[in-house]
Design a protein. Structure first.
Ligand SMILES: NC(=O)c1ccc[n+]([C@@H]2O[C@H](COP(=O)([O-])OP(=O)(O)OC[C@H]3O[C@@H](n4cnc5c(N)ncnc54)[C@H](OP(=O)(O)O)[C@@H]3O)[C@@H](O)[C@H]2O)c1
Length: 373
């Protein structure tokens, strides 16, 4: 068994304070030597599930609102989507709004967010979309959003944690010049080709874990008191990736431990991530049994799954799930994906609109329940 797993999982597992990801402003450790990693093959595996259209009809464009005693108009279902200005997040906003949900489209950049809301208002004729700024890594930005929702609506029904980053440094021109056929991507045979253009640096790894896991957790913590006030049954949707599936985790002991949700809490997750970063810095990922394909991204989504299961156990009254959207054509993968955002958004929308007797603590591979652990 690898040393990394032994350390996080022993009763005296260590937390390395110097490596603890910091709240904003994001602080990065000094650059280590760029560590070239075989990255993409598994991500490119074909996962073509039939994705039944959850929302083909725009006749669902109905605003469900209830007036409260103090004459405030409160939407029946209110959703927050993080990273809503483009890609899958933008499409989740559109599809939820088409279902009559009032959507707070959030983005870290005010102009990009407002432009996105305008595009939905005019392009899709949707009036039930509101913009609010949210940088998920910024304490005061998260607090400001929570305060806005509290004072204006007093509750939240749906949180879609969508914002994310890829966590690698890429020479995009060189990647484009390779002109890799999607079939080669999907077969996994592109690994050797891309090693020269896609690099896992330490700084990108820190940014990736901070955004994809810690940012998601901090947003959830900020909005949980409002989700508890939901009268329609709160839903949390955490965007994950097939890179999180435990069958891809080389370290057998770690894989077994990750299956056992009872032994985990947020502190132990943080300790494990610090072990991972320390091993990345020492260039011993492979030796320690961590994922070597998109390492930081894979670890970030692995712990998103774990956190989802922890939360689902803690809040049985809510439906809390994680969703892999498919291999979607967006900027995060330099537009190499094979399905459009319209299709990629369907799983998150389905999980956001689950009935009260729907699953919780589960992994959706697009719109179907899948097995990630
Ligand atoms: N595309 C795929 O094939 C695929 C597969 C599996 C999982 N996913 C997941 O799907 C989610 C959406 O990705 P995408 O494919 O739509 O990629 P994308 O087009 O690159 O969108 C990423 C979004 O996240 C936002 N974001 C990043 N850091 C943020 C921060 N600190 N605060 C607020 N927003 C932030 C970006 O905002 P800016 O515009 O300001 O940068 C952007 O809106 C991610 O979690 C990704 O990991 C995607």
């Amino acid at each position: 068994m690898a040393a990394a797993a032994a350390s996080y999982s022993s009763s005296s597992w260590r937390v390395r304070p110097s490596l603890t990801p910091l709240r904003s402003p994001l602080q990065l450790q000094p650059h280590g030597r760029a560590h070239r990693i075989a990255i993409f093959a598994a991500r490119m595996e074909s996962r073509s599930h039939a994705a039944p259209s959850a929302m083909q009809s725009s006749s669902a464009l109905h605003r469900l609102e209830v007036a409260t005693h103090d004459n405030k108009t409160i939407p029946e279902r209110l959703a927050v989507v993080t990273g809503g200005n483009r890609g899958i997040g933008l499409e989740v906003c559109r599809q939820l709004a088409l279902q009559g949900v009032t959507v707070i489209l959030t983005a870290r950049d005010e102009k990009r967010g407002k432009d996105a809301v305008e595009s939905l208002r005019h392009g899709s004729n949707l009036s039930n979309i509101i913009f609010h700024q949210l940088d998920i890594l910024n304490d005061s930005s998260r607090a400001s959003l929570a305060q806005y929702i509290k004072s204006r609506f007093g509750k939240l029904d749906i949180l879609v944690n969508n914002a994310g980053v890829g966590g690698v440094a890429v020479d995009q021109d060189a990647l484009r010049a390779l002109n890799i056929d999607p079939k080669i991507w999907l077969s996994g045979k592109a690994v050797n080709l891309i090693q020269s253009v896609i690099v896992q640096t330490y700084d990108e790894a820190v940014k990736c874990l901070n955004t994809n896991y810690y940012g998601l957790k901090w947003v959830t913590e900020a909005l949980l008191p409002l989700l508890k006030q939901s009268t329609s049954g709160a839903r949390i949707v955490n965007t994950t990736s097939l890179r999180s599936e435990l069958k891809r985790m080389p370290n057998e002991k770690l894989r077994d431990d990750l299956r056992n949700v009872e032994m985990w809490d947020e502190a132990r997750i943080e300790a494990m991530l610090n072990e991972f970063l320390a091993d990345l810095k020492k260039e011993r990922l492979e030796e320690a049994g961590w994922p070597t394909m998109l390492p930081a991204y894979s670890m970030s989504k692995t712990v998103v799954n774990l956190y989802t299961r922890i939360l689902a156990r803690r809040h049985p009254e809510m439906r809390i799930n994680c969703v892999h959207p498919g291999f979607v054509n967006t900027e995060i993968n330099w537009n190499t994906g094979i399905i459009p955002p319209e299709e990629g958004a369907r799983g998150a929308v389905k999980a956001a609109l689950l009935p009260q007797d729907g699953p919780s603590g589960c992994y959706f591979d697009q719109t179907e329940l899948g097995e990630a652990w």
